[in-house]
Design a protein around this ligand. Structure first.
Ligand code: ZN
Length: 387
């Protein structure tokens, strides 16, 4: 790969013919049409948060360098941004009046309202740019290894770069577009942000059963995303048909796996809803995220709910009382050992040799407090737990 260092290109040069697409959230072109700011392997613009974008403009006003920018030369006088897209889009959007910066008194200023010398300072700022020329493979390999200034690429962004092509382009239009009207509905079940590719990652994870890269590689040159989309929609429709309510604890669950395991079963949404509400408000249920699989599986696997355990003071006080009574009566302080006929019938266990047990199980309405606690020797506690 060949590289050529350029220090003559200014912000003004880049902003000539700058086009930013608000709808898709990306900067498209600059440098009088010679520069493509977002080639298909780039990620969406994520600096528009009123901090990172403002920081870029501040740096220019203070004369600080913006750091290295990399272009790839794709043809004579045609370039793509390899690294620097977020910074370029930030100053491009500022110069074209898309956002304002605040002065020391908190008053917002758009580019057009800045003093002439400040405008000049921004526009005449020179950038440090490496122009690189190489094969697609070389460039992508390299893209994988450079650390994008500020925010490193996450796994899915890297996969998009490595498997770039028509499939990724279509998939991003559907799943990485925060303007998509479905995003709000999907957000009930999927954690993260479409712009950081977390929705796309989820969709791919579900359809590929966890083998995202293999799936992307196989479909790289597909000109449709029919399977990806229909599988994703099947999962979403299934969730919303089984669970009437939406709760924050549903977000980010492994719905693809749950769908595969349970979607052939029939559920009554009204009954499901009652159970969900009861468990969500149950103080003893520690793991609210476990509620959904617990219900889907027929309410038998209590481990999924991580039921609250007895605290140390409770155990200590029950142990003390139980042991004192057992010594008076001359039998074991484990009530189940006391019923037996072997050597343990009169054995006094240390507290460390015992575990706390719910006299009435949580699933039968038993509380997790002193009134429902008994200490059993570890062997008996385990045996009871397995029933
Ligand atoms: Zn025992």
């Amino acid at each position: 790969m060949e590289t050529n260092l350029r220090i003559d290109i200014t912000v003004e040069d880049i902003c000539k013919g700058f086009v930013y697409n608000e709808y898709e959230g990306k900067g498209l072109f600059g440098l009088s049409g010679k520069l493509t700011i977002q080639p298909e392997y780039q990620r969406n613009y994520i600096y528009a948060d009123g901090k990172k974008d403002v920081a870029v403009v501040d740096s220019l006003l203070k004369g600080y360098p913006l750091g290295l920018i990399y272009f790839t030369k794709v043809a004579e006088d045609k370039y793509e941004v390899l690294d620097g897209q977020q910074r370029i889009t930030s100053f491009g959007r500022f110069v074209t009046g898309k956002f304002a910066i605040k002065d020391a008194n908190g008053i917002p200023h758009y580019f057009s309202g800045l003093a002439e010398d400040q405008k000049e300072k921004i526009m005449k700022s020179k950038l440090t740019i490496y122009e690189c020329e190489g094969t697609e493979t070389e460039i992508k390999e390299w893209f994988k290894t450079i650390n994008i200034a500020g925010v490193p690429l996450n796994d899915q962004e890297l996969s998009n770069a490595i498997h770039s092509g028509p499939f990724v382009t279509l998939a991003k239009e559907e799943f990485s577009n925060s303007q998509n009207a479905n995003v709000q509905k999907w957000s009930a079940y999927i954690a993260g942000s479409p712009l950081r590719q977390e929705f796309l990652k989820t969709a791919l994870d579900w359809v590929s059963k966890g083998n995202i890269d293999a799936y992307m590689s196989r479909h790289r040159y597909d000109t449709n995303i029919t399977e990806l989309k229909s599988y994703f929609n099947s999962v979403i429709d299934w969730i919303s048909s089984v669970f009437d309510d939406v709760d924050s604890s549903m977000r980010g669950l492994d719905w693809g796996r749950l769908y595969e395991k349970y979607h052939r079963n029939a559920y009554n949404p009204q009954e499901v809803s009652k159970k969900v509400q009861a468990l969500l408000s149950d103080y003893y249920v520690n793991d609210k995220k476990g509620i959904y699989e617990y219900i889907l599986g027929g309410c038998v696997d209590h481990k999924l709910l991580n039921i609250r355990v007895f605290n140390e003071p409770t155990k200590k006080s029950v142990y003390t009382k139980q042991t004192a009574e057992a010594k008076l009566k001359g039998h074991s302080n484990c009530p189940l050992c006391a019923l037996g006929s072997d050597n343990n019938k009169t054995r006094i266990w240390k507290q460390t040799e015992m575990d706390a047990d719910h006299v009435t199980a949580w699933s039968n309405g038993g509380a997790t407090d002193v009134s429902n606690c008994q200490m059993l020797c570890k062997t008996h506690n385990r045996a009871k737990g397995n029933r």
